[in-house]
Write a protein that binds this ligand. Structure first.
Ligand SMILES: *Cc1c(COP(=O)(O)O)cnc(C)c1O
Length: 357
């Protein structure tokens, strides 16, 4: 590897020196019949199921299950209250406010910028190329000694495409900071995950989530996969009980249902391709970008009017027309076959405003 990545020197000093909170369950986590160490209510909870005990701070059972599904050791997994928690921790651990910066490659997921702003960390933007791929020369130019993290999203939101693998590997091999690859939509993609590259690149962090293909957005469970050293940093900073008991139990149950999820993925991909073809035949649609995700980006002549027309029909899509390189674009999530049909029928009835009048 050509880079000279050194985790300790990237860590903020306050985090390096931090003595983490030690919870009751950290100090004793064996088997015992009388637990009087955590000031819990020993009488029970006012629910059918007992939630009176604090949950496992490191979610061992859930990580073991994920380990077998993802083919990566449990010690390389961090679980967060959504991917958003992992993103926020990366800023807090590695970026000094007012000194360091991160590189973002718009158009991309909005949370990286919001999290940077919350943490008072500067951003350098290097737009994707017009075919939504990485501008490697531009990124190389933007990197300096204060560049801590490069955020990549593949398949990318809102464009839907995967980034070229060789380009991502070029960055991983040459950048001395962290490379975060957000794979929220990986289950819909023809590309394979970067998780298997963790042994190759010590500066790699892969984000995934149960919010999309797994159908569990309401539970809030995000995953980060990285070297053991990086995962230790996450664990040091996270709130002690960041994944609640109900989420741990329900996620564990859900992860047994791989067959249902795989059937949904297949159906969503089929529906996506059908929807893209139908939408492309409409006169006011200029382009439907190829998608590796569960949504399509559609370029139209009048995005705002179309968006508002659909709202009137009780159909909500995402107006992305103000986003860099996405002029005229709406992002449409693939729904059930019935929902997609409702959308296509509504679009077919859309009457373009008459600009000649
Ligand atoms: C939806 C999405 C996520 C999911 O975030 P959670 O906090 O896990 O729900 C992450 N990254 C991208 C790019 C997304 O589109």
């Amino acid at each position: 590897m050509a880079n000279s990545f050194d985790l300790t020197s990237l860590l903020r000093e306050n985090i390096r020196k931090l003595i983490p909170y030690s919870s009751a369950r950290d100090e004793f986590n064996g088997e015992a019949s009388v637990l009087l160490d955590a000031n819990e209510n020993a009488y029970g909870s006012p629910l059918d199921q007992d939630y009176n005990r604090y949950p496992d701070p490191l979610q061992h059972q859930l990580k073991l299950k994920l380990s077998s599904i993802k083919g990566v050791p449990a010690r390389n997994i961090f679980l967060g209250n959504g991917s958003d928690e992992a993103i926020d921790i990366l800023f807090r651990a590695f970026c000094r406010p007012g000194i360091d910066h991160v590189i973002l490659v718009p158009p991309t997921y909005g949370m990286y910028e919001v999290s940077a702003n919350i943490n008072d960390v500067a951003i350098k933007k290097v737009n994707l190329t017009t075919d939504f791929q990485l501008d490697l020369a531009g990124i190389a130019e933007a990197i300096d000694t204060h560049t801590r993290i490069i955020f990549l999203c593949s398949p990318n939101n809102p464009t839907g495409n995967s980034l070229h693998r060789e380009d991502v590997e070029t960055i991983l091999a040459n950048f001395n900071g962290l490379v975060v690859i957000d794979e929220a939509y990986i289950n819909y993609s023809r590309q394979k995950t970067f998780i298997q590259e963790l042994t190759e690149y010590s500066n790699l962090v892969v984000l995934q989530t149960l919010s999309k293909a797994w159908g569990l957005a309401g539970l809030r469970l995000g995953m980060a996969f990285a070297s053991e050293e990086i995962i230790e940093v996450f664990n040091k900073i996270k709130p002690p009980y960041n994944i609640n008991q109900a989420t741990q139990e329900l996620a564990l149950k859900a992860l047994d249902k791989v067959a249902i999820v795989n059937a949904w993925i297949k159906e969503a991909v089929d529906e996506r391709d059908k929807l893209a073809k139908k939408v492309l035949t409409l006169s006011f649609v200029q382009h439907v970008y190829p998608s590796d995700a569960n949504f399509i980006l559609v370029k139209t002549t009048e995005p705002r009017q179309l968006y508002e027309y659909l709202v009137d029909q009780s159909i909500i899509v995402r107006d992305r027309s103000k986003v860099a390189l996405c002029e005229g674009c709406l992002r449409i999530t693939v729904g059930t076959p019935t929902e997609n049909e409702v959308l296509v029928e509504a679009l077919a009835k859309y009457v373009q405003p008459d600009y000649s009048a």
